[in-house]
Design a protein around this ligand. Structure first.
Ligand code: ZN
Length: 310
C-alpha cells in the first residue's frame, strides 16, 4: 500500500463534517467518495466558470473516457516516473472452474487476483494523456499549433489518504497547448495569471509557486530537483485544511517530452513543445467550502454570483 502522510487534525475534522453533512459520501475506502448534490452543484459551477475564462482560447473540445489504452501509458513514460500512482485494470480470463473458484474467494473477501489477467486499458492518470496520441494521429501540427480543452475528466491516483483534498479519483479540468516553444511557454504563463484572478475573485486568496511532481524513488528526487530548477511546473494553492496551502491548479511545461514520445511533428519542421494546465475541481470546491463554510446559502453574495449559484 502506498505510504501516505498522516492527516492533520483539521483535515480529519473537515472530512468528518463533509461526510456528516452529505457533501461527500463515504465508500469505506480512503479517498474514494460519492458526491452529494450540494457538492456537485458547486463543482459543476466551478467547471462552468473555467469554461467562461477559457472561452478566449478558442480551444477545441475533445472528451475521453476515464480509461486509457495501456499502450499509451507505456509510451508516455508514466511508469518510470510514477509507478506508485498508476491504476491498472485486470479482468477475469478462465474457464467455469476458475470462475467458481474466483466467486468463492470473492464471497469470502479473500484475494482473488490470481484469477485475473492484465487488460489493454489502465485508469487515466491525467486528463491530458489521451490528447497527445490523438493529436499525433492527425499528422503534423498546423503553423500555430493547437489548443485542446480535454474537459473535466475523472482521473485516478493510487494514494489512499484521510485528507479529503487527496482523493484517489477526482475531476481534473485540463487544457493542453501544443505548438512552437515560445507560444506554448507564453500560453502557460498567461493561464497562471488567469487562474490567480479566477481564484481571487472567489475569495480564496491564492498563492503561486514553482513546484515538482511526486516522482518515485531516488532517481525521482533528481527529476524533481531538475523540474524545479527549470521552473517547468507552477502550482496555485489555496487554504483547505492542511498546515500548508493545498495545490488546486498546476501549470506544466513538458518541453518536447510528449511530442517526442508520441511523434508529434510540426508542418514547419520546427520543434514541438507541449504544456498543460489542470484544475482540481474537487479541491477548488473544498477550498470554497473551507473558506466560506459548508452552508452555501451563507456564502458571500459576490462569490455565489460569480459562480452563478443561488
Ligand atoms: Zn496534463
Amino acid at each position: 500500500m502506498t505510504p501516505t502522510t498522516a492527516p492533520t487534525p483539521r483535515q480529519t475534522a473537515l472530512l468528518a463534517q463533509l461526510l456528516a453533512t452529505g457533501l461527500l459520501i463515504d465508500s469505506g475506502v480512503p479517498g474514494v467518495y460519492g458526491r452529494g448534490a450540494a457538492f456537485e452543484e458547486i463543482r459543476l459551477a466551478v467547471d462552468r466558470l473555467i469554461d467562461s475564462v477559457a472561452a478566449g482560447d478558442d480551444a477545441e473540445a475533445l472528451r475521453f473516457p476515464p480509461v486509457l489504452p495501456r499502450r499509451h501509458l507505456e509510451t508516455s513514460g508514466y511508469l518510470a516516473s510514477f509507478p506508485h500512482l498508476a491504476g491498472t485494470i485486470f479482468a477475469f480470463e478462465g474457464d467455469e472452474q476458475d470462475a467458481a473458484a474466483q466467486a468463492r474467494d470473492a464471497d469470502a473477501h479473500a484475494r482473488w487476483d490470481r484469477h485475473q489477467q492484465m487488460t489493454d486499458v489502465v485508469l487515466t492518470p491525467a486528463a491530458c494523456y489521451p490528447v497527445y496520441p490523438a493529436i499525433a494521429a492527425r499528422g503534423p501540427l498546423p503553423p500555430h499549433g493547437v489548443c485542446i480543452d480535454a474537459g473535466g475528466a475523472y482521473v485516478f491516483r493510487c494514494e489512499p489518504s484521510q485528507d479529503p483534498a487527496r482523493m484517489q479519483m477526482f475531476h481534473q479540468r485540463e487544457i493542453v497547448r501544443l505548438g512552437e516553444p515560445e507560444t506554448v511557454a507564453a500560453w502557460r504563463n498567461v493561464w497562471r495569471e488567469r487562474c490567480m484572478t479566477l481564484l481571487d475573485d472567489l475569495g480564496l486568496e491564492p498563492a503561486t509557486d514553482v513546484a515538482s511532481d511526486p516522482f518515485f524513488g531516488r532517481q525521482g528526487r533528481m527529476l524533481a530537483t531538475s523540474q524545479r530548477q527549470q521552473a517547468l511546473k507552477f502550482e496555485v494553492s489555496v487554504a483547505i485544511a492542511g498546515d500548508e496551502p493545498t495545490a488546486v491548479a498546476s501549470f506544466n511545461y513538458h518541453r518536447d517530452h510528449f511530442a517526442e514520445r508520441f511523434g508529434i511533428l510540426a508542418q514547419t519542421g520546427g520543434a514541438v513543445h507541449t504544456a498543460c494546465l489542470g484544475f482540481g475541481l474537487e479541491r477548488i470546491t473544498l477550498g470554497l467550502l473551507a473558506a466560506h463554510g459548508l452552508d452555501r446559502g451563507a456564502w458571500p453574495p459576490g462569490v455565489r454570483l460569480r459562480l452563478g449559484l443561488s
